[in-house]
Design a protein around this ligand. Structure first.
Ligand SMILES: [Zn+2]
Length: 354
């Protein structure tokens, strides 16, 4: 049965979640705008072997890498069952490299992203890099840990550690708060055609969080994720939850991808199963998205405009702020959240009326 989102018309607060799904394109967009702190390159599946200089390792095991896509190479190697030591070596090089990446000091797209959402929302990432976790860590004191969006690491993450005995997780270099032992690295899922999302208890619980949010999402943003062939299973899991979401008929989905300008029809056709009628937008940058037009209020503002016919003024993120300025910019919204009722005022208006 279709139903309405959880909009409380007394407080103008919409409790239905906004779900963000991040793929490699999000980290690429972030590092193009603000390069990695030490100038290290963020590898893609196309140039991973070159960027990490894996060719000598592959050669040492008597194989040749003829500049194919890493996904195809890894999938083949893993299916063959030969060279398990080569797989181990490649995996340890990859996790070591990604673990060393660091966000620069400026306000990055990842900072904007974590500050644009509330506790009811979730950012689910397919990326191994630590950028989302680092943005979360450096903004949580400003917002308050309890107000931060949830995160889910769908293919594991180099910044996240797990204690499999206590079923706890945390930052990789902290220890388990229950047994005081060091965390193990979270398992990274590599690009093979048949992934298993249920074998590892950590990965399984990350997917569970995403599914619960997808079942009642009012807005979904897919950012830099193309659902490649090797992710067929992931795509199906997302679609299954989405088509059974009772709010879907009124919900909105936005796809942020550079193809929105360069190859719009291909992008549309890649995601068309997810669209309800014309309830979708395609943008080529984060700064055109609903997250950026109505930070911390995306689902509320959208419901006010479409269901209540009382659109709020846009309260767009200025895109040229320092990290400190950005953190200060969102503060009036956080103050309003503490009061528990939304006015639809912009940050400027909230500051004046204080
Ligand atoms: Zn433990």
């Amino acid at each position: 049965m279709p139903s309405l989102p959880a909009l409380d018309i007394k407080t103008n607060i919409n409790h239905s979640p906004h779900v963000i799904i991040l793929g490699a394109g999000a980290s690429i967009a972030s590092t193009i705008r603000n390069p990695e702190k030490y100038g290290r390159l963020l590898p893609s599946m196309q140039n991973l072997v070159e960027t990490l200089d894996l060719e000598p390792i592959i050669k040492r095991h008597g194989l040749n890498y003829q500049s194919q896509n890493f996904e195809a190479f890894y999938d083949q190697l893993s299916q063959s069952g030969q060279h398990p030591e080569l797989l181990d070596e490649i995996e340890s090089e990859i996790s070591g490299y990604f673990a060393g990446l660091k966000l620069p000091d400026e306000a990055t797209i990842y900072d904007y992203l974590v500050l644009s959402l509330r506790k009811k929302d979730i950012i689910a990432t397919f990326n191994w890099d630590p950028f989302l976790a680092q943005a979360f860590a450096r903004n949580q004191d400003v917002v308050g840990y309890e107000r931060m969006p949830k995160m889910a690491y769908l293919h594991g993450n180099v910044a996240v550690g797990v204690c499999y005995n206590c079923n706890t997780m945390g930052w990789r270099f902290n220890g388990c708060t229950r047994c005081n032992k060091d965390f193990s690295s979270s398992k990274l899922l590599y690009p093979v055609a048949k992934k298993n999302y249920t074998d590892d208890s950590f990965i399984k619980s990350e997917w569970e969080h995403l599914r619960l949010h997808m079942q009642k999402a009012y807005m979904v943003t897919v950012f830099g994720y193309s659902a490649p062939k090797t992710d067929a299973e992931a795509r199906q899991l997302l679609l299954d939850e989405w088509v059974n979401n009772p709010v879907r008929d009124l919900a909105e989905i936005e796809v942020l991808d550079i193809m929105a300008t360069s190859n719009r029809s291909a992008l549309e056709s890649n995601w068309k199963e997810f669209f309800v009628r014309n309830h979708y937008c395609l943008f080529d940058t984060f700064f055109k998205s609903e997250l950026s037009s109505s930070p911390r209020r995306s689902c509320d503002a959208f419901a006010m405009a479409t269901l209540q016919q009382q659109p709020w003024k846009t309260n767009k993120f200025p895109d040229d702020l320092s990290l400190k300025q950005l953190q200060n910019w969102v503060k009036p919204l956080i103050e309003e959240e503490k009061v528990g009722s939304f006015s639809g005022k912009t940050c400027e208006e909230l500051k004046v009326s204080k």
